[in-house]
Design a binder for this molecule. Structure first.
Ligand code: 4AD
Ligand code: MG
Length: 438
């Protein structure tokens, strides 16, 4: 059993007996004695093996799981390792037991500067996680998740869990995974959109959901997955989409401030400095097109920004406003779903926005159209028939407050926060058109 934890030992324990369990990080033979680096999830500690133990255990393979008893010693002044948490001490082993011998060679390189490619690392993700950097990424992601829950709890949102087996969504049907369902065809939910709106209207007023979202998109990019985790919220009695954007500002400021506090060591090791936004600049798509045109990039009228356009706007905002985030406004009606509200004065755009974080879209939100006649007309304009979605149509029939909301991606937030360069680095087991295992 684990009695003490490797990374938590310090000079205060010098002279004490300890029992440690963990993985053999490395075993270094030096003449007749050896040094073993023992790792558990708290960190690494050096263990000294005398001549007798070395003779008996020099065949141990890296990554084997062992149990060690011993005594904590202070390292001589000239051997103190300042870059190691437990660098001032080492354990003189009294006994060593191999609980599970690892096979050799390992299928991937488990070193900080591994040369194994991402694809192979993902095939052996459970081994890849034995690298400090990867543990750090998922520790930060875990805290983004829990601070998100704390934020919405504080703001008095109700957590909902909506079905992922659905008849059909309200987003574009092309992105749905169809699966057989007792003689019918079901779709894996590609957004909790309908349900978020349904439960705002139900009287819960403010709801959020953190859950899986499935998209049957054959995209091979560094930002698209076929299954990702959405952070969705929806709220009633808003005046405009500005209310949603204000809450997102509050959310980001809370989560990023808390991350700075709870993940100090991880961020330092990952070399990431988090900058917390207070007021996020707003830029209309029209202005963005103008800015990009000056830089030689043409985005046609009524077209959305492409990946390069987003990257360029991200860089522009960083330089001009010293901010990692920007809200992009006034998305064309032709590019947005039928349920987005349009402003009275200009029906060519929608009351919607995208949020771009360091040059990548991490959220799309809008005020929703809650007036049934207008919603039906908007449906028609898009060549859809609302009567074919009766349970969605019903939401608007029995007292529906003005409302709006947003969908953010947890995987994209984590990827951008830590500058990982590929969304697959930010999720334990990615799913994309090529990958369905492990
Ligand atoms: O922009 P999306 O598609 O918007 C919706 O789903 C709306 N129903 C949200 C709303 O409330 N209006 O998705 C929202 C966010 C994206 O900004 C992105 O962060 C993430 O979900 N996302 C993906 N993440 C990884 N892989 C994909 N294929 C993603 N598609 C969207
Ligand atoms: Mg979007």
């Amino acid at each position: 059993m684990q009695k003490q934890r490797c990374g938590e030992l310090s000079k205060a324990e010098v002279g004490k007996s300890v029992e440690l369990s963990g993985w053999v990080d490395t075993l270094r033979l030096t003449g007749k004695i050896s040094f073993l680096l023992l790792r558990d999830r708290t960190g690494i500690v050096q263990v000294f093996l005398d001549k007798v133990l070395t003779e008996k255990f020099q065949h141990i393979k890296a990554q084997s799981v062992v149990h060690i008893t011993g005594v904590v010693h202070a390292r001589p002044e000239n051997q103190v390792k300042a870059d190691m948490k437990t660098g001032e001490i080492e354990i003189a082993a009294a006994s060593l037991e191999v609980l599970s011998m690892a096979e050799a060679p390992l299928p991937i390189e488990i070193t900080e500067d591994t040369t194994t490619g991402l694809d192979k690392r993902l095939d052996y993700r459970f081994l890849d996680i034995r690298r400090q950097k990867v543990t750090d990424i998922f520790t930060v992601r875990s805290f983004v998740y829990s601070h998100t829950v704390n934020f919405f709890t504080k703001e008095k949102f109700i957590a909902i869990q909506s079905p992922k087996l659905t008849a059909s969504g309200v987003e574009s049907g092309a992105e749905e995974f169809k699966i057989p369902y007792f003689g019918k065809t079901a779709s894996l939910a590609q957004s909790p959109q309908i349900y978020k709106q349904m439960f705002v209207v139900s009287g819960l007023e403010r709801v959020y959901e953190i859950g899986p979202i499935f998209r049957a998109e054959k995209s091979h990019t560094t930002r698209h997955l076929t299954e990702f985790v959405g952070i969705d919220f929806e709220m009633g009695f808003i005046e405009s989409e500005e209310d949603i954007m204000k809450l997102i500002e509050k959310y980001l400021s809370y989560v990023l401030t808390e991350i700075q506090k709870s993940c100090k060591e991880e961020l330092q090791r990952l070399g990431v400095v988090v900058s917390v936004p207070t007021k996020i600049p707003r830029l209309s798509l029209r202005e963005a097109r103008k800015i990009l045109k000056e830089k030689g990039k043409i985005i046609p009228e009524h077209e959305d920004l492409d990946a390069e356009g987003e990257r360029m706007i991200g860089a522009y905002v960083k330089e001009k406003y010293k901010c990692d985030f920007v809200f992009m406004l006034d998305y064309p009606w032709t590019k947005r779903p039928f349920y987005h509200m349009r402003p009275e004065k200009d029906k060519s755009v929608t009351k919607s926005f995208d949020l771009v974080y360091k040059g990548v879209e991490i959220a799309t939100g809008a005020q929703r159209e809650h007036r049934l006649e207008i919603l039906e007309a908007q449906c028609k304009e898009k060549g859809l028939d609302l009567t074919k979605m009766p349970f969605y149509r019903d939401i608007f029939r029995y007292g529906c407050p003005p409302h709006g909301g947003v969908g953010l991606g947890l995987d994209r937030i984590t990827e951008r926060l830590l500058d990982l360069g590929n969304i697959r680095e930010a999720i334990l087991l990615p799913r994309d058109p090529e990958r369905l295992t492990p």
